[in-house]
Ligand binder design. Structure first.
Ligand code: SF4
Length: 395
């Protein structure tokens, strides 16, 4: 099975107040050393795979540069990363090659560099088409910047564009959310990701919300119920516009589903390089299903050590993952396929959980598939937890 390759570039122009990723502002002097390290890791991938006990294909059918803001790198640095991937792996001619861009970072030189690298998909971190909302969380672009970037991408031949939106930004209202959705649809972008604002200790806005404070416009964040309504409105508006939901947070026109991201939810192998870049490979030994490994999640630690955190995925853990990752997909999971792979005895408890959720209106059966209902998608974390618990009881 061809691999997906993920490369993390943890550099940003500003730190958005809601961001809980391993990204930050660093001096440009660090960029070159980081690219050196990532390229060395790419060259060393077969050896790492063997040390981790994983099978590694040379064939690759997706590359995803995320972060962070990969377009912060110099064009020559970006091209060095791609050249290293191409010499270490066999990139399929029709591979999906995505780069995440912050609107306003696509200079002419960068656009030309993306084309030279074979990039055919760009993901734009728009978050909102309302300038006040984008500014409140520290985004540097305006609505017009996004529209100009999209026009320039199309003119350059990159029409496979994703727009990221966040439901729950400070100052967002039902009307302003509707405006962002309408603008998104009007761009004609074939892929849209809609995330609900995450409130946790890992972002400045999240910490302020948990503390009940007013910094970072925290007191202008819509309440949970409103955010859930925004999400439901997005599902409806996008689907009416022909951009169908295929995963909890992802929507696409037919044929534009993200090949790379689908690997995560279908448990297909991928190799990650860079800060906090996770990998999942099938196991080289038959007694375990797979191996997951990841380097340090801070730039400082990443640059100072090559140690990887390794986790073996047992057959039982693989079954759990099949449920809580597969159920993220609108189509859900195919029970017969899981029964064939893991055996009837192993999925007995999961069947009981499915029956309960169907009864509660959180899941439904569609032929051989079981999937979340609209309400189930809103309460997905609770559903997923139950699958792990239901399964762990038997351990
Ligand atoms: S641009 Fe993206 S990765 Fe960087 S701080 Fe903002 S949300 Fe985080």
């Amino acid at each position: 099975m061809p691999l997906g390759i993920y490369i993390s570039v943890p550099f940003c122009r500003t730190k958005c107040s809601y961001c809980n990723f391993a990204s930050d502002l660093f001096s440009r002097a660090v960029f070159e050393r980081y690219v050196d390290r990532v390229c060395a890791d790419i060259e060393n991938a077969p050896q790492v795979a063997a040390e981790m006990g994983g099978q590694m294909e040379r064939a690759v059918d997706s590359i995803y540069l995320g972060g962070g803001t990969p377009t912060m790198l110099e064009a020559v640095q970006l091209e060095r990363i791609f050249a290293t991937v191409r010499s270490g792996f066999d990139l399929n001619p029709d591979a999906e090659v995505t780069v995440e861009c912050a609107p306003g970072t696509l200079t002419g030189a960068m656009l030309e560099s993306l084309l030279r690298c074979g990039v055919n998909r760009v993901s734009l971190g728009v978050q909102s088409f309302v300038d006040q909302e984008a500014a409140a969380v520290g985004r540097l672009h305006k609505r017009t910047t996004v529209l100009e970037d999209i026009a320039r991408l199309r003119a350059a031949g990159i029409a496979n564009i994703n727009i990221d939106l966040i439901a729950g930004l400070p100052h967002q209202t039902a009307e302003s959310w509707e405006f962002s959705l309408a603008e998104t649809i009007a761009t004609g972008a074939p892929h849209v990701s809609v995330y609900m604002l995450e409130v946790d200790e890992d972002s400045r806005l999240g910490r302020e919300l948990l503390a009940g404070g007013t910094r970072y416009h925290a007191h202008f964040v819509p309440d949970e119920e409103a955010i859930a309504d925004f999400y439901l409105a997005a599902c409806e508006r996008l689907s009416t516009a022909g951009i169908s939901q295929y995963e909890i947070s992802n929507f696409a026109r037919g044929g534009f589903e993200s090949r790379h991201n689908l690997k995560y939810w279908t448990r297909s192998p991928y190799f990650g390089f860079g800060v906090d870049a996770h990998s999942m490979l099938f196991s080289a030994t038959p007694d375990i299903d797979g191996v997951r490994f990841a380097p340090a999640d801070s730039l400082e630690q990443f640059m100072s050590t090559a140690v990887l955190q390794r986790t073996e995925v047992s057959r039982r853990a693989a079954l759990e993952e099949s449920f809580f990752l597969g159920l993220r997909l609108t189509q859900g999971v195919r029970m017969q396929e899981l029964t064939t792979k893991f055996g009837e005895a192993a999925i007995g408890n999961a069947r009981a959980a499915v029956a309960e959720f169907v009864n509660d209106g959180l899941m439904q059966e569609r032929g051989d598939f079981v999937c979340l209902t609209t309400r189930g998608r809103l309460l997905s974390n609770e559903v997923f937890e139950r699958f792990i618990v239901a399964d762990e009881i038997t351990r």
